[in-house]
Design a protein around this ligand. Structure first.
Ligand code: AMP
Ligand code: MG
Length: 191
């Protein structure tokens, strides 16, 4: 385990099986991609962008979902299982110990629900940051806005493809980096 845990933030964006309306009978929304990257707090540099594909067990990727996320059934069938993905997040990214962040609350709720339903240990710790809320507060918006709109407001070009988990995580990290831009008042003075 690293000694310093506040030097990096783990940025997460999940994609899930979806349909134009509610799930068809016998299917449910399941995590199929965990997009992630790391943000160095001191330099605000993003790195280690990665897409972890997760095999769904109770649903298949619809044409609608492929159109939205770019993911196909064949691709996600080659992914790892959800429990394996949770173990990987803990072992390789110290997800239990680190601060992690996502845009909105949906990603956290997806993980919580899927872990609860399958009786798998939740891979993250309690230090979750909701960048969507932080962004709205910092910009004094009257309501929270979607990621693409936030990038426009911040005048940051959207990199990659929206609704692709790894690209979304990368773009969310850019928004968070902009939020962290203010220099700390007493750098290095606090323990
Ligand atoms: P996002 O991070 O915005 O790409 O969305 C995460 C997940 O939310 C997607 O993988 C879908 O499961 C669901 N989702 C997002 N937008 C839509 C939409 N317009 N219709 C149905 N599901 C959606
Ligand atoms: Mg996404």
């Amino acid at each position: 385990m690293p000694k310093r845990l506040l030097d990096q933030v783990l940025i997460i964006d999940i994609e899930a099986t979806c349909w134009e309306g509610p799930p068809p009978d016998g299917q449910e929304n399941e995590i199929i991609e965990i997009g992630l990257c790391l943000l160095e707090v001191a330099t605000r540099q993003r790195h280690s962008k990665r897409s972890i594909l997760v095999r769904p067990e109770h649903s298949t990727v619809s044409p609608f979902c492929t159109q939205l996320t770019g993911l196909t059934q064949k691709q996600v069938e080659g992914g790892i299982s959800f429990p394996e993905a949770c173990t990987l997040l803990q072992d390789e990214y110290y997800a239990q110990q680190r601060v992690w962040a996502s845009y909105g609350d949906a990603d956290r709720l997806y993980f919580e629900r899927q872990c609860r339903q399958r009786q798998i240990a939740y891979p993250f710790g309690p230090k979750h940051l909701n960048i969507k809320t932080l962004f709205a507060l910092q910009h004094a918006l009257t309501r929270e806005v979607g990621m693409a709109r936030a990038l426009q407001i911040q005048q940051i070009a959207l990199e990659g493809i929206h609704h692709s988990g790894a690209d979304d995580a990368w773009n969310i990290a850019a928004l968070f980096a902009a939020l962290l831009q203010k220099e700390p008042t007493n750098p290095g003075k606090l323990p």
